[in-house]
Unconditional design. Structure first.
Lengths: 236, 236
DNA sequence: ATTGGTATTGTTGTATGCAATATCGCATGC
DNA sequence: GCATGCGATATTGCATACAACAATACCAAT
């Protein structure tokens, strides 16, 4: 018993600071408090979190690996601005894997977890009915979280990680190319999806998920964005 | 440990050194020159590549992010040894995304690229007919590369990255749980797959890919491995 | 012989210093 | 007025120093 207690204590005490900085930055990017292109200076971030640049660097590299941040040598880290092509790839990938996730989750999810998701939906709807940019951000965040919660019930940690990345990148894409900011129909679609899952109708749930992703993408305006620097233009 | 390719290092003069160290370690893990559980001490790796621990640390963190290395706080980095459950998740995920990759690649691939893949197949077969552990390693590496090359023709960089991770993790899994080391039927299956792609028969290609993945997984012995330390046993 | 405790050694986590590189401001020339 | 060149400034890349922690060796006691 001494062994176990000790291990638990250590686990709780030692929270990884780089990890928590990563999470904070990640949330800020997904919430659009940090827009695409924003500079993330090591010293500045370090001062905010009261850590050295070493730790900040580590956090930035994680974000770079999942594509939320672009690191340019000797220039620093910037919040990514995905091209329309990258945006398409994000949604193509989601179309490929989310139906499988929904199928797995439909089989495994419990009644209690369905209830939890229903609570989440009412939260989404509350944000939907509020006005203002803060509510808009909360709405987008909650909408992504719905997809992540489903992934968490797929029983597959790898798929879960992939979805983390895809949902985060989707948020960036919507920030850049979204027309209405978030599609109006999104939430009734979430509800229909959940209903199908509750009925254990996996085929229907997959179908709804596919159309849902299509609708999210249809709300984007993926024409090449105008203001491109010469440098970026030549980089392609 | 003879991991270093001096020529490669010289090529990368100004390029990102951490990246090239990551690639070298990655190859060594995939090639099983570094077996699951091996300790990767920062100072040791740094001495081999003639860089400071800072750079090594960055490389190790990348590998940890893609699941090839496990970093334990204050203890260091070790080559992962995936559990049977993780192994199943790797193959479940491959079953989910590789058919889509093959479908996309079948549409987009050119005649010349098909030829290139055919050359790759003859290489695989050569390794298959050789004896000895070096040939075995080369065979496994080439087999994974076949899947990666197809992913590279999907036209989707995100899927490509996901496949990089999945193929690397598969190699680890096969190293741990493989019976014959590499399935005998694998290469004729590769050839059949390529034939279907050449005929632009995407449905057939998807089907072949699914069965191919099943066959790889069927060659594994995923019963719980015996020798578990008490510490690991309590960690679950 | 085994357990428990303590000193020693080695390794990792983080901060910081220095060199290399990019960025910005300013002056100069056209 | 605008562009160009140059020096000052700021920021990153990397190595290293030191602190914190874990692993090991060693010794004493039962």
């Amino acid at each position: 018993m001494n062994l176990i207690d000790k291990n638990l204590m250590l686990d709780q005490n030692q929270e990884d600071r780089a990890q928590s900085i990563r999470d904070s930055l990640r949330d800020a990017i997904i919430d659009r408090r940090l827009g695409p292109g924003s500079k993330l200076a090591e010293a500045e971030v370090g001062a905010l979190f009261d850590v050295s640049r070493t730790v900040v660097r580590s956090a930035l590299q994680m974000l770079a690996y999942e594509g939320l941040v672009r690191i340019e040598r000797n220039r620093g880290a910037f919040v990514s601005n995905p091209t329309p092509e990258e945006a398409r790839q994000v949604f193509d990938t989601r179309r490929l894997i989310e139906p499988g996730i929904v199928r797995a989750a439909t089989v495994r999810i419990s009644k209690a977890d369905i209830e939890d998701l229903r609570d989440h939906l009412t939260l989404e709807e509350r944000f939907m009915n509020e006005r203002g940019p803060a509510a808009r951000r909360a709405e987008i965040k909650a909408s992504g979280d719905f997809h992540l919660k489903i992934a968490r019930h797929s029983g597959n940690a790898i798929l879960e990680k992939f979805m983390d990345e895809l949902v985060a990148r989707s948020s960036l894409v919507i920030a850049l190319y979204g027309r209405t900011g978030v599609s109006r129909c999104g939430h009734s679609e979430h509800r229909d999806l959940l209903d199908a899952m509750e009925r254990c109708d996996a085929d229907r749930a997959c179908d709804l998920m596919l159309h849902h992703i299509d609708h999210i993408e249809a709300d984007l305006d993926l024409r090449e964005v105008a203001a491109m620097t010469l440098k970026d233009a030549l980089a392609t």
